[in-house]
Design a protein around this ligand. Structure first.
Ligand SMILES: *Cc1c(COP(=O)(O)O)cnc(C)c1O
Length: 416
């Protein structure tokens, strides 16, 4: 579908040549500003939009009820749309390489809207691959929105499809184990059933699922897109047809994003590539050190990289959480500061313990979201929080570290 004919947004008017991700991150959704004599995007806090032409308003409401396309001109009422939020949606769609994006009050509101769209079409069955974020797992398992789920591994997706399957759902890298799914293979297995990829962990900086055949890309924008731990939001990037249905569900169920949150997200996007790349470099270095550490049983780190690290300790994971001082002991991720949490206690607590363990979420697993602090300061904190080194293994650890090509900083960190 041609974006020019479906989009009515002023800031979409300027169609430019293809631009690199770093350029889109700071310009998409803002292309009209200079012509308006503005630099920072305006925040439109209106809940309603006056009009002396009620016949015209009736026609615009009818058009929205038919197509879900953004109304021409002002949005009539705040639940139909908001110009500041629309800027964020435009920008995210450009970064993900989709026609459109629809923002919601949280990641869970975004997933709920997708399930409601498909359920309302009589397609209540969902095929999903574990692990998923704990609350996404819960929403499907409990059938809170009338859906029915079949859990499978990526190879079993094709066989799990039924005539009433409305959605296939995967996360890659997955929360919290960082397991990766071959998106192209799964998209192929889906046939005509839409594949939803939760791209919260990778962000479009590291992975653009639409290029691999995903029809729906979901973000908890609370995480990397916002990037500063101060805004709850969700967004679905997709084609204009599905976006129309999502806008209609958003209008009817009310999970809208506040305009101030839209502003903060647009601002967050402008530094997304820089933040993700810097935090990923630090994460890769911490992974090297953790992998060589005798107190750590196993380190999980995805092939595509990123700023999320998971590791299993030999000791008590609760002790590590209680002992960090610089690193923030908190759930959530994707902020400028480093966060650590124990999935079995917090983010995945709501998942049945057997299902959780079956999905590879060990009770000893810790999940860390690496931020923008200095790597040496982070390592000192982690090193102290991990506690005493086992006496007998110390010599071995030194040897293993050197063999994996330790940087100059590693020897002092070990010689405690
Ligand atoms: C946090 C998270 C969600 C839920 O998002 P909220 O913004 O907290 O509602 C969904 N998926 C993943 C992968 C997450 O990490």
């Amino acid at each position: 579908m041609d974006m020019d004919t479906t989009s009515t947004r002023a800031h979409d008017d300027i169609r430019t040549a293809p631009r690199a991700l770093a350029t889109e991150a700071v310009h998409a959704g803002r292309d009209d500003l200079a012509r308006q004599g503005l630099h920072a995007p305006p925040i439109d806090l209106s809940t309603t939009y006056p009009s002396y032409d009620s016949r015209g308003e009736a026609a615009r409401i009818d058009a929205f009820a038919t197509t879900g396309a953004e109304p021409d001109g002002p949005p009539v009422y705040g639940r139909l749309g908001n110009p500041t939020v629309a800027r964020f949606e435009t920008a995210l769609a450009r970064l993900e390489g989709t026609e459109a994006a629809v923002a919601f009050a949280s990641g869970m509101a975004a997933l709920s809207a997708v399930l409601l769209v498909r359920g309302s079409m009589g397609l209540r069955h969902v095929v999903a691959v574990r692990p998923l974020y704990g609350c996404s797992d819960h929403l499907l398992t409990a059938g809170l929105l009338g859906s029915e789920v079949t859990w499978t591994d990526p190879a079993g997706v094709a066989d799990a499809l039924r005539p009433d399957t409305g959605l296939v759902l995967v996360e890659s890298p997955a929360n919290p184990t960082l397991a990766e799914v071959d998106l192209r293979a799964v998209a192929h297995a889906c046939g005509s059933v839409p594949l939803l990829v939760d791209n919260t962990f990778a962000t479009p900086v590291l992975q653009r699922p639409a290029e691999h055949g995903a029809r729906l890309i979901l973000h908890s924008a609370t995480k990397y897109l916002g990037g500063h731990g101060d805004v709850l939001a969700g967004v679905v990037a997709c084609d204009e047809e599905f976006a129309g249905r999502l806008r209609q569900v958003r209008f009817a169920t009310g999970g809208v994003l506040h305009p101030l949150a839209g502003y903060l997200l647009l601002r967050g996007l402008s530094t997304l590539p820089v933040r993700v790349r810097a935090a990923s470099a630090t994460a890769a270095e911490l992974v090297r050190r953790l992998a060589a550490d005798p107190r750590v049983a196993r380190v999980h780190y995805p092939r595509i990289g990123g700023a999320m690290v998971a590791f299993e300790v030999y000791g008590d994971p609760h002790e590590v959480i209680g002992a960090v001082r610089l690193i923030t002991p908190a759930v959530s991720l994707g902020s400028v500061d480093t966060l650590i949490q124990h999935p079995a206690s917090i983010s995945h607590r709501i998942v049945d313990a057997d299902d959780r363990r079956g999905a590879g979420v060990s009770d000893r697993l810790l999940r860390m979201s690496v931020g923008l602090e200095d790597v040496e300061d982070l390592w000192s904190d982690l090193d102290a929080a991990l506690g005493r080194r086992p006496e007998r293994a110390r010599g071995c650890a030194d040897v293993r570290l050197r063999r994996v090509g330790a940087s100059n900083h590693e020897a002092p960190a070990l010689a405690d």
